[in-house]
Design a binder for this molecule. Structure first.
Ligand code: PHE
Ligand code: ZN
Length: 889
């Protein structure tokens, strides 16, 4: 692969402005004709020719100010169109033909089932027509769409509809105008026979906004929940960030074939059905939660992304990190902040941390890329959000809000950089963030090594920060770390007002800044040296330090504790994040120590689990307590554990994890906890979700126990759970339970699976769950089962949701089978090569599964690497090529 690398420091502004963009689409089977008129103004002092991006286009006509160009006045190659002699100001007219029906890459204009739709971020617009396809060229778009009146009665684009009606030849045409200048990546078009759910929203300044969610008619009954979420998000953004919506209409369209979750096109968001449809029979509790966050996320982009956009794609986290932070805060406010934080950190650890220690590790603001689509990553999104969160922590709520206001005011209507964001924060707060900027520039997860020294009168913590080298960054600089900590003794907060009265006291010579304990007893230090010493005086002997409260910075912590400390914190730490983290650490230690024969850690873990289970029986139905306990009772996953002990045989981790699961399953009467938490009529509210989360966590342990001790009962129980279920959350839990029983034969399981499929084959998203449950089944024979499912009538490799439900679910969610021998690696390699031919985005993401080979033990690592080499011997897209090349470098 010798694809061109783009470097951040090579940014050059475009030499032209495009004041207006007029587009005319004539949608026809087999060939769609796109005419464009760009009003071009040359920027002062420039002399270069006009270069427009374009890929896979059939150029039909090109003219300037109405005069067709001669062959020697322009040149075209497979990626651009160059017009040599362009004056100060002109109208460039281009006509191209494209074939959306053949577009399985799902970028540009394509067909999903019976509807036409677009996906332009990051560089999809160049597949529609010749254009300066870069985020710093902003233009006012007017779009005409003509199509068959019967098959495409709904014609949508950005902005407000300005006209619609039949054409002379009996077709149907609509025009749209978007008054807000925008880059081409925010352009969207939809045409179809769609149903609509309508509502309205009155902004705080009193403007009426029509809200419309469109879907294929059979899905429209699943749009009430997202509509309610949308209205809450619009209100919240006004209240929390002072941001109001700006057009007369806000539309969302649900599309079945989509590479990502959703897209924030101006006024016309396009969603994967999996990120919008939510109904008790087609979405689990987790899915409802996900839909809530994505609807809010895309809406919030209207300001953080659309009104203020990115100068170039290296600034992607400017909109994505910030917008993830905003949607996290929204979900926290709508639900339980503690639980939200726990779930977000768990996903950061299992998705982003491995990326940050692997061959594709990159800074939140990358320095170079071959294909920008490979950089829609956990690092840019989730670590980017963590970096914004740290700024918010350092500034405090009010100064952070002032910084956001300044950022939006200063840059409304323009394309800016991460530096502009940080500068706005700095200017309004007076805080010096010069060192802090390293968080954007340096890749890798810092490790905090903490050692305790206790004496009669003092407890001292020696805290060292280090960071492993990452590609292109062999040495690392210390980062300023906001470190939130507290002290717990006798199950009580020890610092804080009461603590000070009692003469306890914290000091730290090395930290740049130490805030006094807040009323809750949390201290925040800014540790910006390689080593920080914190001393506490006059603490009770049984005091334990509660570190990294609320996960105040995205770090790995290595903190050997004295026996009993983690159990104490896991049960009593008033900071719910730190409490969960202590439980996870203890459970992880019990799994990873299993080989070393020391039974003490396992005993401590089991004692904690018994205490948690007891607390669970007494926990109130307040929508939080039960879910928090359930989260603490879930064992850390293999991917995160491998991250802690790289080089370990992942199947040994799996076995140890399984052994601990068995012990936990036998240690408590989980069935009574299941029975104590019945599910009533389904409601996707906090209280019921918390109860179901606990119920299903307990059920997993109960079934594990029965599977080994009373198989008949296990089968009976799962069967009745399946029969009684009135919603997908319960139904999927029952199906997962059935499929996971080692005591049940394949034939019996097959009957249950067939019944489930027969009942739900008309609901694509439920069929995805059906695939997913089977793909993740850890019992032996996984690869054969997945191969058989590939032949199933419902499997379709051109639909990304299906590929995720079967292929990714197996490769990323079934370590026991995926890493059993090298057959599955090779199988995945074949999928990647096959899919790369028509959908490079999907293939490149699948390839990321294999590049972490260095994390694994030698035989496995070599086998994974061998598969990467095998893939590299094929003709690959630049996307997949970049992933594979970097994976092998
Ligand atoms: N910008 C989309 C989001 O909000 C993600 C996306 C990227 C969608 C590229 C499609 C293509 O997060
Ligand atoms: Zn986004």
């Amino acid at each position: 692969m010798n694809e061109k690398t783009t470097h951040r420091l090579e940014y050059r502004p475009y030499s032209f402005e495009v004041s207006e963009t007029q587009l005319e689409f004539d949608l026809r089977d087999g060939e769609t004709v796109v005419q464009s008129v760009l009003s071009i103004v040359r920027k002062p002092g420039t002399t270069d020719s006009l270069v427009l991006d374009g890929v896979g286009l059939d150029l039909r006509r090109i003219a300037i100010d109405g005069v067709a160009l001669r062959g020697n006045e322009y040149s075209v190659d497979d990626r651009s169109l160059e017009i040599f002699d362009v004056g100060e100001r002109c109208r460039v007219e281009v006509t191209v033909a494209i074939r959306p029906e053949d577009n399985k890459a799902l970028e540009g204009l394509y067909k999903s089932r019976s509807m036409y739709c677009t996906q332009c971020e990051a560089e999809g617009f160049r597949h529609i027509t010749y254009y300066p396809d870069r985020p710093d060229v902003l233009s006012r778009f007017t779009t005409g769409i003509t199509a068959d009146a019967e098959r495409f009665p709904v014609l949508l684009s950005n902005g407000n509809r300005t006209a619609a009606g039949p054409t002379q030849d009996g077709r149907y045409r609509a025009t749209w105008h978007d008054p807000f200048p925008k880059p081409a990546y925010l352009f969207a078009l939809v045409a179809g026979d769609l149903a609509v759910l309508e509502d309205e929203f009155v902004t705080r300044s009193g403007r009426n906004v029509a809200l419309r969610i469109y879907s294929e008619p059979h899905n429209i009954g699943q749009c009430d929940f997202p509509m309610a979420v949308l209205k809450r998000a619009m209100r919240w953004d006004e209240e929390r960030f002072g941001r109001e919506y700006d057009l007369d209409v806000f539309m969302i369209v649900a599309v079945e074939d989509f590479n990502h979750g959703a897209m924030e096109n101006k006024g016309l968001n396009i969603f994967n059905t999996s990120a919008i449809l939510a109904h008790k029979d087609t979405a689990t509790d987790d899915r409802f939660t996900f839909v809530e966050s994505v609807v809010a996320h895309e809406y919030f982009h209207n300001w953080s992304g659309n009104r203020v956009t990115c100068r170039d794609w290296f600034q992607l986290s400017l909109k994505e990190g910030f917008t993830v932070y905003r949607d996290q805060e929204f979900s926290a406010d709508m639900n339980s902040p503690e639980l939200k934080r726990i779930d977000d950190v768990a996903s950061l650890r299992s998705d982003q941390f491995p990326e940050d220690s692997g061959p594709l590790a990159h800074p939140v603001r990358p320095d170079s890329y071959v294909e920008i689509s490979n950089f829609y990553t956990g690092t840019v999104y989730k670590k980017g959000a963590e970096v914004v969160r740290m700024i918010a922590t350092l500034l405090g709520r009010e100064r952070f809000r002032a910084g956001c206001d300044a950022y939006f005011d200063r840059h409304d209507g323009s394309a800016v950089t991460i530096e502009d964001f940080v500068k706005a924060m700095e200017d309004t707060s007076g805080l010096d963030l010069s060192l802090f900027r390293r968080w954007y520039a340096q890749a890798g997860t810092p490790i905090l090594s903490v050692r305790e020294r206790r004496s009669d009168e003092a407890l001292e913590l020696a805290i060292r920060q280090t960071c492993e080298p990452t590609p292109d960054q062999p040495t690392k600089q210390p980062l300023p770390i906001p470190l939130a900590l507290g002290v717990v003794s006798d199950g009580q907060e020890t610092l804080g007002a009461a603590g000070i009265e009692n003469g306890f006291d914290v000091s730290c010579e090395t930290a740049a800044e130490v805030q006094n304990p807040d009323a809750g007893g949390t201290v925040v230090l800014r540790a910006d040296q390689p080593e920080t010493i914190v001393s506490f005086r006059n603490l009770p002997a049984n005091a334990e330090v509660s570190l990294l409260r609320g996960f105040s910075a995205p770090l790995k912590v290595d903190y050997p504790r004295r026996p009993g400390a983690l159990g104490e914190l896991a049960l009593n730490d008033p900071d719910q994040f730190a409490r969960w983290d202590a439980a996870q650490t203890l459970l992880g230690n019990a799994i990873l120590d299993a080989g070393s024969g020391g039974g003490n850690v396992a005993d401590e873990a089991l004692a904690m689990v018994r205490a948690l289970a007891k607390a669970a029986l007494a926990a109130p139905d307040d929508g939080v307590a039960k879910a928090l306990i359930a989260a603490s009772l879930a064992l850390p996953n293999e991917s995160w554990l491998l991250e802690l002990v790289p080089g370990t045989d992942i199947l040994a981790i799996f076995d140890a994890r399984r052994a601990l699961t068995d012990q936990i399953a036998d240690a408590v009467d989980w069935l009574s906890l299941v029975e104590a938490n019945p599910t009533g009529a389904y409601r996707p509210d906090l209280r019921d979700m918390a109860r179901r989360r606990l119920r299903h966590q307990a059920l997993r342990y109960a079934l594990n126990h029965l599977d080994r001790t009373d198989p008949a009962r296990a089968h009976e129980l799962t069967t009745s759970l399946m029969t009684d279920a009135d919603n997908l959350t319960d139904r999927a839990a029952a199906l997962r339970g059935i499929v996971g029983l080692s005591s049940l034969n394949a034939e019996e399981k097959g009957k249950h699976l067939d019944t489930f499929y027969r009942d739900w084959s008309h609901e694509a998203l439920v069929v995805d769950v059906w695939f997913n449950v089977q793909a993740q089944n850890p019992l032996p024979g996984g690869l054969d089962r997945v191969r058989a499912l590939e032949q199933h009538e419902a499997f379709n490799p051109t639909n990304p949701n299906k590929v995720r439900a079967l292929v990714s679910a197996f490769a990323n969610g079934n370590p026991r089978n995926f890493h059993d021998g090298d057959g599955a690696y090779r199988w995945l390699g074949e999928k990647i090569v096959e899919i790369d031919v028509f959908n490079r985005n999907l293939a490149a993401r699948l390839a990321k599964t294999l590049i972490v080979w260095r994390r694994h033990d030698a035989p496995r690592g070599l086998a994974m690497r061998g598969t990467l080499e095998w893939i590299r011997d094929h003709e690959l897209s630049p996307d997949t090529g970049e992933v594979v090349d970097k994976g092998l470098a």
